[in-house]
Design a protein around this ligand. Structure first.
Ligand code: AMP
Length: 279
């Protein structure tokens, strides 16, 4: 049975019946990627559905972000969630905008953080609140949002939070497109153009990835880089994660993949050594 709650009081009552809290934080408009997180959490998961205004900048898609609560509840039920917490903005930000917030620091200023100032501070602030409000023992995040995941791990380590962070591989359409709640904004032509992102990150090296994107019509690239998976500093001399963000039409899309790059990179992974400047 899946219980749907809104207020903190209802939440506390529902959580009281659970042996442990395995939390899946989402912004709703749930798809098979979210379902994979709920499955990873196992039967009896707690799913939060909250579009967090704090992580949207002026001119971003807060107002038109898809809200599909009935369908979300169906998906949560089908995947055995015990509790769906769908609070209002006032339920989360009791007393208004928080005075004390979490700062994402330098890790939060790169890439997504550079393109969306304040985004990661808002994201970490609500994640800390969700961890606290639910007293989560574990929380499940997708590799799809790799910088977010790195930041949540870092926050838990730096602030000695007790929630265990678990990560789940990116779920894709059969043709490679990473599932995203924002995919529904794409026209058929844009959806075809968007395939350039998954093709790029699978091209095997950062040079090949950039070449794929350079050839892609209708894809306005924000960044495409090879980064250290934990610090998100750019790397050139060792394996890393290719991260890409691009605008297709008016929709901003992200994707990423771990790469070993050239054979020398692979060798470096095996031998755990740095490759001299050669790429
Ligand atoms: P969102 O609702 O977009 O805030 O995402 C909620 C969680 O679902 C985040 O941890 C995302 O990384 C994760 N997620 C979103 N899309 C995918 C996907 N295609 N595969 C796996 N996890 C995903």
């Amino acid at each position: 049975m899946t219980v749907v709650v809104h207020s903190r009081t209802e939440l506390a009552r529902a959580l009281g019946d659970l042996p442990d809290v395995r939390l899946v934080p989402t912004m709703g408009a749930l798809h098979a990627g979210h379902a994979a997180l709920i499955d990873a959490a196992g039967p009896g998961a707690v799913v939060s559905v909250f579009v967090n205004p704090l992580q949207f900048g002026a001119g971003e898609d807060l107002d038109r972000y898809p809200r599909t609560l009935d369908a979300d509840l169906e998906l949560c039920r089908a995947h055995g969630a015990a509790v769906v917490w769908a609070p209002s903005v006032d339920d989360v930000y009791v007393g208004g905008r928080p005075v004390v917030t979490v700062s994402a620091g330098a890790l939060g200023a790169r890439y997504e953080g550079a393109s969306r100032p304040g985004h990661f501070d808002g994201m970490l602030t609500v994640v800390a609140k969700l961890f606290g409000a639910t007293r989560a023992d574990a929380a499940y995040f997708g590799q799809k949002d790799a910088q977010q995941l790195a930041l949540v791990r870092r926050m838990v380590a730096d602030l000695d939070l007790t929630t265990r962070v678990e990560e789940v591989a990116t779920v894709r359409e059969p043709d490679g497109l990473a599932l995203s709640s924002r995919n529904r904004y794409l026209s058929p032509d844009e959806r075809t153009a968007a395939l350039a992102l998954s093709r790029a990150i699978r091209a095997g090296s950062i040079e090949a990835a950039r070449a794929v994107l350079a050839d892609a019509a209708g894809v306005d690239v924000d960044y495409c880089d090879l980064v250290d998976p934990e610090t998100f500093e750019p790397v050139t001399d060792r394996p890393g994660r290719i991260v890409v963000a691009a605008r297709v039409g008016t929709t901003r899309l992200l994707d990423n993949e771990l790469v070993v790059g050239t054979p020398l990179f692979a060798r470096a992974l095996i031998d755990n050594v740095r490759v001299p400047e050669m790429v």
